[in-house]
Design a protein around this ligand. Structure first.
Ligand code: F0G
Length: 458
């Protein structure tokens, strides 16, 4: 196995607590088997999300000292604008404090109730923002993209035939904008091919519909295009990125991912009228258009992060980390969504714990077991997040997959940390028959996985 070698050395370290197994057994019970309810000082390796959890470089930290905190016209905004224009080619750059407010701004200005937004897969917040404004969020993956074992180099591709059929059925006038999410987080962190972005763009544009990329992990997607599509082996990441954006009319971005920062985002677009309307709305809810809810120093850290993220040695190491987890899991026969994604590994809990039925939350049981075994925090994407009771029959309706996402923060954990995580999974795998299902003790009316409390079933 080619081990991912860090293209950096360490200048500052943060101690992480390690509490005993006995304490962890007590804590998980007290937290109602929900790791969202455990304080981070009880976690040894935190793989809850790759969002806002990156380590910044010395250059980014130095950038904070160059913060110009002027209310209007901060020099950091102009650096931010120039960096994003160079990367994406878009004309207008609107700063925001994170991805979901960007979605909120976009949909509140350009979409009317009853209109439809297609995407390969909407991320939760994108779907929630479309629906909150009265729109319909439609996911259009190929059927094989839902099969955990199906190997495809670009499993995040949008289903082109389904897209064209949907546009004809709905009428282009009812689709103010189409999207593609790169990489496809909700579908396993899987990349989208350049040919797929180009073809989708042609379809959208044939019907006069603008295309926006949800670009949170644009650099990781570009790395997959470079390494998996022979046509791009000799193209630089910057050129691949520019080409990806050239097929789109704008993008939404959470800089908490490929911006390599802890907070920030932006909207970039070419349409002058939309820019004006969105900027006016921005002033209402985020701030003046040259800071958009961020400090000048944050804008500077993002500009510098966006330049670092397109470094090919960084990306080789970054994607290599996830691939290495996959290869280690293969050694133990542990099932996961294949191939390994860009920012996370998704363990297939349905096959890991076949004795636990969906209504007893197998993926959540695995999340809890991983905390007890190694102080490791992952996140459930299964029956707890998406399952529900049929309003008429009361019968439990399970989602197609029961997954545990282990998202790897950028530049934070070493190869040994990752090995430790796989070893903990392997320990659980050996004694998987002993893992018990869970039952709900408390659930909130919406987004219940954040606050739910559960208990073990004896
Ligand atoms: N789009 C995608 C594809 C995302 O993965 C996220 C966030 C957002 C939009 C929203 O961005 O958090 O800055 O408001 N994903 C995080 C995750 C939360 O854990 O996957 P945000």
């Amino acid at each position: 196995m080619k081990k991912p070698i860090e293209p950096f050395r360490i200048k500052s370290v943060e101690a992480i607590p390690y509490i005993s197994r006995e304490e962890r057994e007590k804590i998980i019970k007290e937290a109602g088997y929900n790791v969202f309810l455990i304080s981070s000082d009880k976690i040894y390796i935190d793989l809850l999300t790759d969002s806002g959890t990156s380590a910044m470089s010395d250059n980014q930290w130095a950038g904070l000292m160059h913060g110009d905190e002027s209310y209007a016209g901060s020099r950091n905004y102009f650096h931010f604008e120039e960096t994003i224009r160079e990367l994406t080619g878009f004309k207008y750059i609107i700063p925001t404090h994170q991805g979901r407010v960007t979605e909120n701004l976009l949909f509140s200005v350009i979409m009317k109730p009853g209109q439809l937004i297609p995407n390969n897969s909407h991320f939760d917040t994108t779907r929630a923002n479309v629906e909150a404004k009265g729109g319909i969020a439609k996911d259009l993956l190929y059927p094989w993209a839902h099969e955990p074992d199906y190997e495809h180099p670009f499993k995040g591709n949008i289903n082109l035939e389904a897209l064209e059929a949907l546009i004809q059925e709905t009428g282009a006038e009812n689709i103010p904008l189409g999207m593609i999410t790169v990489t496809n987080n909700s579908g396993g962190g899987q990349p989208v091919a350049m040919d797929n972005i180009r073809s989708a763009s042609e379809i959208y544009h044939k019907y006069g519909i603008p295309l926006f990329l949800d670009a949170c992990r644009f650099a990781e997607n570009a790395w997959f295009i470079k390494s998996r599509d022979p046509k791009y082996h000799n193209t630089s990441i910057r050129d691949i990125v520019l080409e990806m954006f050239s097929y789109a009319d704008g993008c939404t971005m959470s800089a908490k991912k490929d911006g390599l920062v802890n907070i920030g985002g932006f909207l970039a677009l070419n349409n002058a009228e939309w820019n004006e309307r969105i900027s006016n709305q921005l002033i209402l809810i985020e701030g003046f258009p040259t800071y958009g809810g961020l400090a000048g120093r944050d804008l500077e850290a993002i500009s510098r992060g966006l330049k670092e993220v397109v470094d090919e040695r960084y990306l080789e190491y970054r994607i290599g980390q996830i691939a290495a987890i996959g290869e280690m899991l293969d050694g133990f026969g542990i099932p996961y969504v294949r191939p390994a994604g860009g920012h996370a590994i998704y363990i297939d809990a349905k096959r890991f714990l076949p004795h636990i039925p969906p209504h007893q939350f197998p993926a959540q049981a695995l999340v809890a077991a991983l905390f007890v075994e190694g102080g490791i925090r992952g996140v459930e994407i299964g029956s707890l997040m998406f399952g529900s009771a049929d309003p008429k029959t009361g019968k439990f309706q399970a989602p197609q997959n029961e997954l545990v996402r282990l998202a790897v923060p950028r530049r934070v954990y070493s190869y040994l940390h990752l090995e430790y995580v796989v070893q903990a999974l392997a320990e659980i795998y050996k004694k998987r028959d002993k893992i018990k299902g869970l039952r709900l003790v408390y659930e909130a009316p919406a987004l219940r996985h954040f606050t739910a409390r559960l208990a073990e079933i004896d």
